[in-house]
Design a protein around this ligand. Structure first.
Ligand code: SAM
Length: 282
């Protein structure tokens, strides 16, 4: 399947191992929000256990920094090893990683054993028809007072207004936006939206980026250009599963209660990619 291939291709994953702007890594501002929620969830408890849905080094480092035994589960062994390598706490005894599919992890991880589960757009990597399954599995793995903290792409289709892609770049430059916000804008709010998004399957196909890579690259310069090229190398072969917030909430229902949802005004992609703080419902 294409998502799997993308995350395992060596050239592509090298663009992921480089963290910061120009990647889909959570920014320092977003990590602060994760940390705020993490602290509420763990209430300064000792000997906590955290499960990370993926290899995201910033999330695994955050949990280990707070003394939590941390297990990252990811289906790509190459990504696991590359992203472990860029971790601050890579040599910590609390740093554990497992190769596996999130939809199967309840078969080998102990039920009711985690204080926190964290994900970074993890649900956007799983077919929308499987979201309920993943909510059920994370619910089962969490302790009775556990929390799930996750960034998630939301998309209201059709967009209220269709913008020219040149206009998206202009706005990005004027607002000094984020490269991630630029990529979202180019696909989700231009003429490409109709071609890229399948309302039924909730699949968004980012391959349209091949078409805009050169012309948009020409409109950028310096670091912005380098960052744009880096993220496009990775993103153009991606598929994301995304839907309206109403649809996403309908899948959460029954398994979690929404305790918080944070966006960062300063980050222009943050409206599309809020961080959810969900308390388990047992
Ligand atoms: C967590 S998401 C998004 C990562 C984030 N934007 C970042 O830059 O760190 C991507 C990761 O999910 C992994 N992945 C996707 N589907 C998976 C599944 N069903 N089970 C386990 N890992 C999966 C991929 O291998 C990849 O490492």
């Amino acid at each position: 399947m294409r998502v799997k291939k993308t995350w395992s291709n060596t050239k592509i994953i090298k663009t992921r191992a480089k963290r910061g702007e120009g990647t889909s890594a959570p920014s320092p501002e977003e990590i602060k929000i994760y940390e705020k929620f993490f602290k509420i969830a763990t209430k300064n408890k000792k000997n906590t256990k955290t499960l990370v849905l993926g290899a995201t080094p910033e999330l695994r480092d955050l949990a280990i920094k707070h003394g939590s035994e941390t297990i990252g589960v990811d289906s790509s062994p190459k990504l696991l090893s590359l992203l472990t390598n860029v971790m601050y706490y890579k040599n910590s005894k609390k740093n554990v990683s497992v190769r596996g599919n999130w939809l199967e992890m309840h078969k080998y991880l102990e039920p009711n054993s985690f204080d926190v589960v964290m994900g970074d757009a993890s649900f956007n990597n799983v077919p929308a028809k499987k979201w309920r399954d993943l909510f059920r599995i994370t619910n089962r793995l969490l302790k009775k007072d556990g929390y799930l903290i996750t960034r998630h792409i939301i998309y209201d289709y059709p967009p209220k207004k269709i913008i020219l892609y040149e206009g998206v770049v202009k706005k990005y430059k004027q607002r000094k936006g984020t490269i991630l916000g630029l990529i979202f804008g180019l696909g989700m709010y231009t003429k490409f939206a109709k071609k890229c998004y399948n309302q039924k399957t909730k699949i968004f196909d980012w391959s349209f980026l091949c078409e805009v890579e050169k012309p948009v690259g020409k409109m950028l310069s310096g670091k912005a250009k380098v960052d744009f090229i880096n993220i496009v190398t990775h993103a153009k072969s991606m598929l994301s599963y995304m839907s309206s917030e109403k649809h996403f909430k309908s899948k959460i229902k029954g398994y979690f209660v929404i305790k918080g949802r944070n966006r960062i005004k300063k980050l222009h992609h943050s409206d599309i990619l809020p961080i959810y703080f969900l308390k388990v419902k047992k």
